[in-house]
Design a protein around this ligand. Sequence first.
Ligand code: NAP
Length: 254
Amino acid sequence: METRTKIALVTGGSRGLGRNSAIKIAQKGLDVIITYRSNKEEADRVIEEIQALGRKAIAYQLDTKDIKSFDLFIKTVGDHLEENTASRNIDYLVNNAGTALYSPISEVTEEQLDDMVDIHFKGVFFLTQKFLPFVNDGGGIINISSGLARFALPGSSVYGSIKAGVEMLTKYIAKELGSRKIKANVVAPGAIETDFGGGRTRDDKNINDMVSSITALGRAGLPDDIGGVVAFLCTEDARWITGQRIEASGGMFL
Ligand SMILES: NC(=O)c1ccc[n+]([C@@H]2O[C@H](COP(=O)([O-])OP(=O)(O)OC[C@H]3O[C@@H](n4cnc5c(N)ncnc54)[C@H](OP(=O)(O)O)[C@@H]3O)[C@@H](O)[C@H]2O)c1
C-alpha cells in the first residue's frame, strides 16, 4: 500500500526561522503548508523554493493573533487537503510565527503585554487546540520558544516569560496527546540573525558581538542552525522524543 506523504504546517513560514524550517522539512520529503501575516511575496518565494525540491507547498494568510479566524483557516486548509490527498489532516504543526518586544518592565504597556500574550501564547494554544482533531495520530507539535525562557536579559521580561509558558504548555500537550502517539516538543533558539526585532542581532554590531562573546561556539546563530532541528522533529527518527526542550543556541550562557 502506498504511504501518504506526510504534511507539516509552519506558521510564519515566509521569513526567518519559519522559512528555513519549511525548506528543511521539505528536504526531508514532507509536503509543506506555510502561513504568513502580510508578506505574500516572501511566502510565494518560499513556495517556489519548496516546489523546486519536488515537494508540494502552499501558503495561506493567517494572523496568529486573530483566534476568531482559526476555524475558517483550518476549514480552508482541510478543504484543500481533502481535494488533493483525500484526507483533511496534517502530520506536524510548527507554531513558529512571532514578533519581538524589547522593553524594560517599567515601560511595558498593557497593550504591548496583551499583544505578546495573543501572538506567543493564546494563538499557539488555540491553533493547536483547533488543529488537534486534524493532526494524524503519531504526528507532532513543535513550538518555537527562546533561550530567553531559560536566562534573563534586560528588556525581555514579557517575551521570555510568555515563551516559558509555551514550554510548559508543550509538556501538557505531550502528556494529554501521548495516547494518540502525538509528540510535542520545544525548539528554543538563541539569538539568530533574522529580521526579528528589527534585525538587531544581524545588523547591530554591538549586539552581535555581545551574543558571540557569551556563546560557547563563538558567534550569533543563523537560520540554517535552526531549521534542521525543527525538520528532524518532523521525522520518524524523532519518534521517541516528546515533552522535551531542545535549545539550539550554540551554547549561550552555559
Ligand atoms: N531570531 C531570533 O533571534 C529568535 C530567537 C529565539 C526565538 N525566536 C522565535 O522564532 C520565531 C520566528 O522568529 P524569526 O526570527 O524567524 O522572525 P522573523 O524573521 O521576523 O519572521 C517572523 C515570521 O512570523 C510571521 N508573523 C509575525 N507575526 C505574526 C502574526 N501575528 N501572525 C502570523 N504570522 C506572524 C511573519 O510573517 P510576515 O512575513 O508576513 O510578517 C514571518 O513569517 C518566533 O516565534 C520568535 O519568537 C527567534
